[in-house]
Design a protein around this ligand. Structure first.
Ligand code: ADP
Ligand code: MG
Length: 386
């Protein structure tokens, strides 16, 4: 099988000539549970997956940064002294934004050498698996090492987030970078989005004979920014009306009061976030005390909450979830921001092919485009490979 690390080294040679001094990589992620809880300072439970973005890198004699990718035709080039969000565009804003953000976190960019970076990846782009965090995190660990910066992983996660927020211009949270940098084989990253404390939590899927199936519906959520903003505003409105700084400060015991004090729509938005936080905590406890076979109902409940209360599902996601549930999945839910993208299903390994046939059949019957389904394995976070 083709090794993506070999591809990256070959790409480096073809593009820049010479040999890289090292190869670093970082994974994409899926979020097992905890949706739209991050910006409410709540809990999320993502894990790093066995799809990675690889960076082959060599320092330069001068102060120029050059980045190339197997996904892009042009080589982007900038002098270290010119790094600024205003000057970064397109895909290169991710890797070059990371270099800029390292400076914002205290790296002395006047004292480091330039570098050539070649990037390759087997994380599908735009499928909700965070190819963006994978490229940011791989570049962050590579530059951190060759520039001798010594930043810890939580700081590198913030570096990736700053690059994505300010250089790319996407107002995303810290979950994806945390999963990509802190993930561990067979484990999820239980992240408190208020304190940013992260605890790795054993998943034990393989030992229990389980797999996590991703069902990418290919429904494009790119035009859903209005819906996303609207949900954020509803959460802020609900928190303000109930006298708390964020919805994190509410528990399910507060929902009766919320129902009487809020309009119906705001109440249901609040209810999703509050119950979803509780489901993340329940999932972590169930994994610890009973193992992964015990979390199926929590995944199902999370989907119902997003479908009925937060109203961010679409018919294709509902069909994927229902078909999985009806064909042997222990639990299933849409994952990601909503309005499209992927669903996940926790399945017995032996049910995989039956389930894939059932999903393809159901989508064909509804005249929906055939989804892509594939298994993801909880894997190690960013690392040096060579
Ligand atoms: P995702 O859900 O995959 O994170 P995003 O829109 O957040 O989707 O990020 C995808 C973007 O990140 C791509 O359009 C591209 O600009 C950049 N990107 C991700 N991986 C690569 C790569 N290997 N090479 C070049 N650009 C990449
Ligand atoms: Mg992304």
């Amino acid at each position: 099988m083709n090794d993506i690390r070999d591809d990256a080294v070959q790409g480096f040679r073809d593009t820049f000539g010479g040999e890289p001094v090292g190869v670093w990589s970082a994974p994409g992620r899926v979020n097992l549970i905890g949706e739209h809880t991050d910006y409410n300072e709540g809990f999320v439970l993502p894990f790093a997956i066995d799809r990675r973005t690889v960076v082959a890198l060599a320092p330069r004699e001068d102060r120029v940064l050059r980045v190339a990718s197997a996904f892009a035709d042009e080589v982007a080039e900038i002098d270290l002294a010119d790094l600024d969000p205003e000057r970064l565009h397109g895909w290169a804003a991710y890797p070059l934004g990371v270099a800029w953000a390292l400076g914002r976190f205290g790296a002395d960019l006047a004292a480091v050498p330039g570098a050539d970076l070649y990037i390759d990846s087997d994380v599908p782009v735009g499928a909700g698996l965070s190819s963006s965090a994978a490229i940011e995190s791989s570049v962050a660990v590579a530059l951190d090492e060759v520039w001798h910066l010594g930043f810890d992983r939580p700081t590198l996660a913030k570096v990736g987030q700053l690059a994505e927020n300010d250089a790319v211009g996407a107002p995303t949270g810290i979950m994806d970078q945390s999963a990509s940098l802190l993930g561990r084989r067979d484990h999820a990253v239980f992240l408190d989005c208020r304190s940013l404390e992260a605890i790795v939590t054993e998943l034990g899927f393989a030992e229990a004979g389980l797999e996590l199936l991703v069902i990418d519906t290919h429904v494009d959520h790119a035009h859903a920014t209005g819906g996303y903003r609207d949900r954020r505003e509803a959460c802020e409105r609900g928190a303000a009306a109930l006298g708390v700084s964020s919805l994190r400060d509410l528990t399910v015991d507060d929902l009766d009061r919320a129902r009487t004090e809020l309009d119906d729509v705001t109440y249901r938005r609040v209810k999703h976030v509050v119950t979803e936080n509780q489901r993340v905590l329940d999932t972590v406890r169930a994994l610890r005390d009973e193992g992964p076979t015990a979390i199926g109902e929590l995944l199902d409940a999370s989907h119902r909450s997003m479908r009925d209360d937060f109203e961010i599902s679409v018919p294709e996601l509902d069909l994927a979830v229902e078909t999985a549930q009806a064909n042997g999945a222990l639990g299933a839910r849409m994952t990601g921001g909503g309005f499209g993208g992927s669903a996940i299903a926790l399945i017995p390994a032996e049910a995989r092919s039956r389930l894939q046939v059932a999903i393809d059949g159901a989508f064909a019957e509804h005249d929906y485009g055939i989804p892509t389904t594939f298994v993801v394995t909880p894997s190690d976070g960013a690392r040096r490979d060579r």
